[in-house]
Design a protein around this ligand. Structure first.
Ligand code: PEP
Ligand code: MG
Length: 879
């Protein structure tokens, strides 16, 4: 049965994720399917959310409902919480709607006390009972009472030293009794005598601690990194304890139904005999390969394999499962869709389509587009010829090169400035901020399913775990490997695909795109409606873009060509020219260079559309810096340089002063420059048309030329600029004696342009939304310097859901785009529309652009495959 806030195990199923959390719904579903799971009840996410909304105070009915559910659980199990004869022990676990491995708190063994420890031992295993007791005090003390872990760890270390015990398991029952007494004394001291021993009160406080842990810093960081909303809250699962630490016929472990690194269909898991679940995931003891369990516990093993296969077929996806065996009896504690690398995601999706488990469309929906980034990243050049200095487990693939950092906080800071590798004894979920900023993670301890490995894989960070031979000295900030010691200024290279560690920085090779990738990206192409182009302004990028599936170039920025060292003097000459003749002479020098650049790009993109944008950058970027020029004049005067030279520099200084703008981003940019100096669009048009003709001459094929006018606010600007472009282009084409089609369009990147798009469309063949500037001017946030300042804080404080320069501001800037499209099409119903701001490569933004009905998105070359997937997913989502 269930009440408002509490559901018995039998009342849930897989569809109730939002209410019961992933874990609660998953366990209920397993029970429904007849899989052996321990009995349980779940406190809903609603209870957590309401508690958060009431500033930490529980809804009135919550505790009575928990007490009733507890009573039902006691009746079903025939055990009692606090019952000296037949004690019920409980596990209290968090369960978010979207999995957040290890980010929140858990309390195990709740219910063991002075009164019940004998009852727990009644099965004959006294040592186990006292071991559970000391574990409980420590976990409850740390998680619920906030007592510092070292309080317990120091006491444990001391007793081990006193008793000459190497491992925890070497401690005898008497030792553990002594340890429990010490733990109780220390806990009481830490709390000033407030330690609660009533198990019901402990249960209440433990549930509350899990609620609170939703808001702990590492959970917050993880949610931010994975875009999980902060207001979902967590469910709390209260489950009967089953014991993997009840001697040699008990065990605990985790498994994936396929290899989460490669996707290969093979057994992939780890287990520990005589241990509790936390021992495996926390990486404290290095677990054994699951295959070995067949020898140790054959019956439970066979049942586990059957259950594993059944669960995968049931959920139609790779599962990540946790199990415990108590006295040879198997229990499943959790099953969820397993986190995996991008390569594995593709392989699993591909294989499952082949195995007939899922359809192509389902396969596409499974893939996290942003994860594909991983496949597109470099690996160590196989021809490096160096020997590794250490080897650990290949916990998360990819290569990482960086200087060493020995704690997560330092990595979080240094990682912004230079590539760093985080080196830790073992990582805990608290290290997440450092993991995000590091290139990769190296740990001395822990297995393939340790938190470090799971988190790194999810993020696509290379990780080598459990490299036992490295000796870390955190105080000295060094690591010794073999007979060499490496410090914070030394560089290591990690290979997360093999587990190898190399000294120094190894050469990397570009990523390999395999068949799985090709298959699935083709399925995406069959489904998507949006075109995908790339932003590229040189031949190399254009070639890369085409290789990755770009259907043309949506933005070729021409200013980068102007800034090249060999061109800047001519560009300066052009801007500072005082007569039209001087300007024309300067432009004459630039024209052939521009033409050459365009030819390279057009060669790479022959047969496809290429949008070339006329010059856009703020004027000051071409000019000498005002301060530097003043200093230069002063220096010349002081050193008594020749008078002509001084005069010449003074003249430049005056010109720079004359052109100086307080706010260059809102100054003489974009078409405003072309309006002042029509010779610039004229020269650029000539270069574009000549290049297109030359490429056709050479290759027999050229590009669809699209000439784009930037930063238009008034229809009149476009009208005049277009007139210049058309006159020049037509003249060039006529002179060549050939034919060439071209179109002229504009960027919509100012709010006024979006609002007056119907007027602008009269003069445009196409619109390309520049959502970078549209965000800057639409929200009024400088795109150049807001990031490190208030904007960063706004994102942390969740004033805005995400950084609007990363993912488009749906309600504001998104509406401007929608308005621009609608108004533009009200005048020309076939008006071609695209987006070329950074948002063109962001999956969430792509979904919006699909909804709005744009024709294409354009993004950086490496994001092209991501955009192809995201565009297909947008179709499937809107079906
Ligand atoms: C834009 O503003 O979105 C755009 C693509 O142009 P740029 O980033 O070059 O200003
Ligand atoms: Mg712009």
């Amino acid at each position: 049965m269930h009440t408002e806030y509490v559901y018995d195990l039998a009342d849930g199923d897989a569809t109730m994720r939002n209410l019961l959390g992933g874990k609660g719904a998953g366990v209920a579903e397993m029970a429904r399917l007849g899989v052996p799971v321990p009995d349980a009840f779940t406190v809903t996410t609603t209870a957590c959310v309401e508690t958060m909304n009431r500033g930490g105070e529980w809804p009135e009915n919550l505790w009575p409902e928990v007490e009733q559910a507890l009573q039902r659980l006691e009746e079903r199990t025939g055990l009692g919480l606090g019952d000296p004869e037949k004690p019920l022990l409980l596990a209290i676990r968090s369960g978010a709607v979207q999995s957040m491995p290890g980010m929140m708190d858990t309390v195990l063994n709740l219910g063991v006390s002075d009164d019940t420890v004998a009852g727990l031992a009644a099965g004959g295993d006294e040592r186990f009972a006292w071991d559970s007791y000391r574990r409980f005090i420590q976990m409850y003390g740390e998680v619920v009472e906030g007592i510092e872990p070292h309080v317990y760890e120091d006491a444990l270390t001391k007793i081990k030293a006193d008793k000459n015990a190497k491992e925890d398991t070497d401690l005898t029952t008497e030792d553990l009794k002594e340890l429990v007494a010490t733990f109780k004394k220390l806990s009481n001291e830490a709390l000033g005598g407030e330690w609660t021993s009533d198990p019901k009160q402990q249960l209440k406080r433990a549930i509350n601690a899990v609620f609170d842990s939703w808001q702990n810093p590492r959970a917050e960081v993880y949610r931010k990194a994975n875009n999980i909303p902060a207001d979902l809250g967590t469910a709390v699962n209260v489950m009967q304890m089953v014991f993997g630490n009840r001697g040699e016929t008990s065990a605990t472990g985790v498994l994936f139904t396929r290899n989460p690194s490669t996707g290969v269909k093979e057994l992939y898991g780890e287990f520990l005999v005589n241990a509790q679940g936390e021992d495996v995931v926390a990486g404290i003891r290095t677990p054994r390969n699951l295959e070995e369990m067949e020898q140790v516990l054959p019956e439970a093993y066979a049942q586990l394999i059957d259950t594993m296969n059944a669960m995968e077929r049931h959920y139609k996806d790779m599962q990540d499962m946790e199990f415990t065996i108590e006295n040879e009896k198997l229990y499943l504690l959790q099953t969820r869709n397993g986190k995996r690398t991008a390569a594995a995601a593709l392989k699993v999706a591909n294989d499952m389509v082949e195995e007939g488990i899922i359809t192509k469309e389902e396969a596409l929906q499974r893939i996290e587009p942003a994860q594909l980034d991983q496949l597109l990243h470099p690996a160590i050049d196989p021809a490096h010829g160096q020997s590794p200095i250490a080897k650990g487990l290949p916990a998360s693939p990819g290569a990482a090169v960086g200087k060493l950092c020995f704690d997560a906080d330092t990595a979080a800071v240094r990682g912004d400035e230079e590539p760093v590798v985080l080196v830790r004894f073992e990582t805990t979920p608290d290290d997440i901020a450092g993991v995000i900023k590091a290139q990769g993670v190296l740990t001395a301890h822990g297995g393939m399913t340790s938190h470090a490995a799971v988190v790194a894989r999810g993020m696509g960070k290379p990780c080598v775990a459990g490299a036992h031979e490295i000796r870390i000295n955190p105080a000295e900030k060094t690591v010794t490997i073999g007979d060499k010691t490496y410090g914070e200024d030394d560089v290591l290279t990690l290979d997360g695909s093999t587990g190898e560690v190399y000294a120094g920085s190894l050469p990397l090779v570009p990523p390999q795109i395999n068949d799985d990738f090709q298959h699935i990206v083709q399925w995406a192409d069959e489904v998507r409606r949006l075109g995908v182009r790339a932003n590229a302004d040189n031949k190399v990028d254009a070639e890369k873009a085409r290789e990755l599936g770009a259907q043309g170039i949506g933005l070729c920025r021409t200013e980068h060509m102007f800034m090249a060292e060999d061109r800047l003097p001519a560009v300066r000459e052009m801007i500072l020219a005082e007569t039209d003749e001087q300007r024309a002479a300067a432009l004459e020098k630039i024209l052939p260079m521009q033409q050459q650049d365009f030819e390279g790009i057009f060669e790479a993109m022959a047969g496809l559309p290429v949008t070339v944008r006329l010059l856009d950058p703020p004027l000051h970027e071409f000019l000498p810096d005002l301060v530097e020029q003043s200093l230069k004049v002063q220096r010349l005067e002081l050193t008594g340089a020749n008078a002509d030279e001084i005069e010449a520099e003074k003249h430049i200084l005056e010109q720079v002063k004359g052109l100086h703008e307080q706010n260059p981003m809102l100054g003489t940019r974009g078409c405003r420059l072309g309006m002042l100096y029509p010779a610039i669009p004229e020269m650029q048009t000539r270069a574009i048309i000549r290049a297109a003709l030359a490429v056709r001459e050479r290759q027999g094929e050229t590009v669809d030329v699209e000439i784009m006018i930037p930063l238009v606010a008034y229809a009149e600007e476009l009208k005049r600029q277009r007139a210049i472009v058309v006159a020049t282009a037509d003249e060039e084409i006529a002179d060549s004696g050939q034919d060439l089609d071209y179109t002229v369009g504009t960027m919509i990147e100012l709010p006024r342009a979006a609002v007056t798009a119907n007027q602008i469309a009269e003069h445009a063949d196409f619109f390309s939304f520049g959502t970078n500037d549209l965000t800057q001017t639409g929200i009024g946030i400088s795109r150049d310097d807001a990031e490190g300042g208030f904007l960063g804080q706004y994102v942390i404080d969740e004033v805005m859901p995400r950084n609007p320069f990363e993912s488009v501001d749906r309600d504001g800037v998104g509406e401007l785009v929608r308005m621009g499209v609608e108004k533009g099409r009200s005048v020309k119903d076939k008006l071609k529309t695209g987006v070329c701001g950074e948002h063109g490569g962001d999956p969430e933004s792509i979904e919006l652009f699909h909804e709005i009905g744009l024709d294409y998105v354009s993004c950086s070359p490496f994001r092209v495959p991501i955009a192809r997937f995201a565009a297909a997913q947008a179709v499937l989502k809107n079906k």
